[in-house]
Ligand binder design. Structure first.
Ligand code: HEM
Length: 357
């Protein structure tokens, strides 16, 4: 019998930033590890479950709705905001992606731009610019862009061309409120472009080309297991925690580490292998230690938008026969809040043969 041809993904190596690699090397399989004199990492599924059940995240721990320009964002306002961007996404999803749409190019940036245009459509430049990845370099840059955008004359006017999310800005009265509404626009729309393009890029890197019968949803669940975009969840020191485990001191902040929990050999068969088929029988909402969208007590509010959009992109890429450049053998995963491959090259099988190594 001729030797089996290895899957192209088997020739690809994911190169984690040294501090991420050190987490794997030093702490994989442990339930708890001291990372800094006042910071403990939690990788044990049961321990993470007890900690995350002990109390809700405070407003400064929340990734999306931290206070904005010093103003707290109430739960009512936060859920109204999520409903608003949700309406824009639902409208974007009513039309299939035109078959001729070419998603080849460097990822995640190509997916990011596509999502920006799909969801934010014809919103004015001063709002769409808030999706720029360059703003991630420095929060001061985001702040300046918002300040300038809010002060510019000729501000956005309500009307059918604007998204529902842009109406928050168009309907704001006066400079201060407009500035705040622009901050909210970024808070609501940026995660859609950033997180979903990263998730799809991670999936492509880990497993493309995929077998035809494998559902894109299972591919995405498995990608979030091995490369969880939210790779750590912070919980600041709190009196509930030392009671749960006496290795936690009153002054310790805690970092839940799905990155490690998701590869714990005690929980997963072949923990490092990319096997979307494991999700044929597992329930992602009820699998101990699987928490890409956080804990059951308060899961990501955006997850019902994330999954259909990510599937839409991945289905289109698969249908149009795009693959990872066979010449690309490594991809870096930098140490950032959002975990993902820095740049991978995607293109049609025929044209991308020898693309960059
Ligand atoms: C791949 C995509 C995403 C992943 C993996 C993800 C993951 C998570 C996780 C792990 C949490 C829990 C955080 C904690 O308990 O500390 C969370 C909370 C949350 N997520 Fe997501 N998320 C994604 C995309 C989005 C998007 C697109 C939105 C909306 C624009 C969103 C909105 C929220 C909100 C509102 C919360 C509740 C806490 C807060 O205010 O931040 N997420 N998400």
């Amino acid at each position: 019998m001729p030797p089996a041809i290895p899957h192209p993904a088997a020739r690809r190596a994911t190169v984690f930033a040294p501090r991420l690699q050190a987490l794997f090397d030093e702490h994989l399989g442990k339930d708890l590890a001291r990372l800094e004199p006042d910071t403990i990492g939690i990788a044990g599924a049961e321990l993470a479950d007890r900690i995350l059940s002990a109390r809700k995240a405070t407003e400064t721990e929340r990734p999306t709705f931290k206070p904005l320009h010093g103003r707290s964002i109430s739960r009512t306002e936060a859920s109204a905001g999520i409903r608003t961007i949700g309406r824009d996404i639902r409208e974007a999803l009513t039309h299939p992606i035109p078959e001729r749409t070419d998603l080849s190019g460097p990822w995640p940036i190509t997916g990011h731009m596509f999502l920006r245009d799909l969801v934010l459509r014809g919103d004015p430049y001063r709002l769409r610019i808030l999706m720029s990845r360059k703003l991630e370099i420095d929060t001061k840059l985001t702040w300046t862009t918002i300040v300038v955008g809010a002060a510019l004359p000729g501000r956005p006017k309500p009307g059918p061309r604007l998204t529902h999310t842009a109406h928050l800005v168009a309907e704001a009265e006066g400079y201060q409120d407009r500035r705040y509404a622009m901050g909210m626009y970024r808070r609501l729309a940026a995660p859609v472009c950033f997180t979903i393009s990263t998730l799809v890029a991670n999936a492509l890197w880990l497993g493309a080309p995929f077998d035809e019968g494998v559902p894109s949803r299972n591919i995405l669940y498995e990608a979030m297991r091995l490369l969880p975009p939210s790779w750590n969840l912070l919980r600041n020191r709190s009196p509930e925690y030392p009671v749960i485990d006496d290795r936690i001191r009153p002054g310790d902040d805690l970092l839940m580490l799905p990155l490690l929990t998701h590869r714990d050999p005690a929980l997963w068969d072949a923990p490092d292998a990319f096997r979307p088929e494991r999700w044929d029988t597992l329930d992602p909402d009820d699998t101990p230690g699987y928490m890409p969208f956080g804990h059951a007590s308060e899961r990501c509010w955006g997850r019902h938008m994330v999954m259909p959009l990510a599937e839409l992109l991945l289905d289109h890429i698969r249908r149009t026969g795009l693959v990872v450049a066979p010449g690309q053998r490594t991809a870096e995963v930098p140490l950032l809040g959002l975990l993902g491959v820095k740049e991978i090259h995607i293109g049609p099988r025929s044209r991308i043969r020898r693309a960059r190594a």
